[in-house]
Design a protein around this ligand. Sequence first.
Ligand code: 5AD
Ligand code: SF4
Length: 364
Amino acid sequence: MTELTDILYKQSFSSEDIVYLLSLTKESEVQALIDHAYAIKKENVGSKVYLRGLVEFSNTCAKNCFYCGIRRENDKVRRYTVSDDEVLDAFDFAWKNNFASVVMQSGERSDPGFTKRVGTLLKKIKKNTNQELGITLSCGEQSLETYKQWYKAGAHRYLLRIEETNKELYKRIHPNDSDHCFEDRIQALKDLRTAGFQVGTGFMIGLPFQTLEDIAQDLLFIQEFDIDMVGMGPFIEHEATPLWEFRDQLLSQKERFDLSIKCIAVLRIMMRDINIASTTALETLDPHGREKGLKAGANIAMPNLTPKKYHEDYLLYEGKPGLFKDKEEVKEIIEDKVARIGETIGYGEWGDSKHFENRKPADT
Ligand code: 5AD
Ligand code: SF4
């Protein structure tokens, strides 16, 4: 334990330190890591869980990532777009129930029809909710101009996962074309900050060919990039994707889950005041995944408010939980989960990243 304790109390982690922590398997040691991270979370961001009511407003995607179930070439997917009224209705529920913040997520499109619609919708949501609802976007790579327009229209946080920072591995999990360029993704993260957003990123854990060293680099990237919010979770194979072919080479789902929990704990120690989401993918692999993520250092939950009729068409991976649940039920479930771990929900608070607030004005 002394080696573990020495590492846990270091000022900063090297890649080797991170690999050491991610390699822990002894239950008492893993628990010591998790407990240390949880104490840091409580001290720095408190024990409130902030909600982000999620609407997956379209599953149409112009991209073809090798891991994702709604990739362009999966022609078994019924493509949908949630109507403006349905989006407004879902967010009205979020507002009236004091969620305070929401996320609009979609497949990636950058045609003018799409970018214009998002801008108009943002303005409508803001107006309908008395400018009170905080809005996060998760709509992929766009031009700086589009990011600026969306920021002006009312969104103030943006999630764009880097997916994987090892360039070689990035190329193996994406088509080799100009739509899936690693450098463009990095540039998009920079542009988001230029546009004024609180910037979120993240990566998948347990991808085929991914090593613990790769994951250590992913975590260090988040730190070096001075990211405000993180959503990361286990890779889950999907039959209708090219990566399905490598399913026999993956870590077991339990190992991927455990590794994801360790990643949350390590990142919380590395970045004390950021927002970290306890992701849906965690809950897919373990019915108590969301609570376990929160106990390891996460402080954000994203209950799904997408109208029920669209749920089965937004399957990025298989086994997604919460299918066909009404928003009322979704609210009850998250309240129950949060209460079970002795935390409270930050109702009525945006719950912005403290890291963003704490950054010196000169750096923003
Ligand atoms: N397993 C886990 N996460 C996935 N995503 C896409 N496909 C999968 C998968 N098979 C994640 C990506 C993307 C986010 C919206 O969902 O990280 O950025
Ligand atoms: Fe599209 Fe995102 Fe899926 Fe890639 S991960 S295919 S960009 S929805």
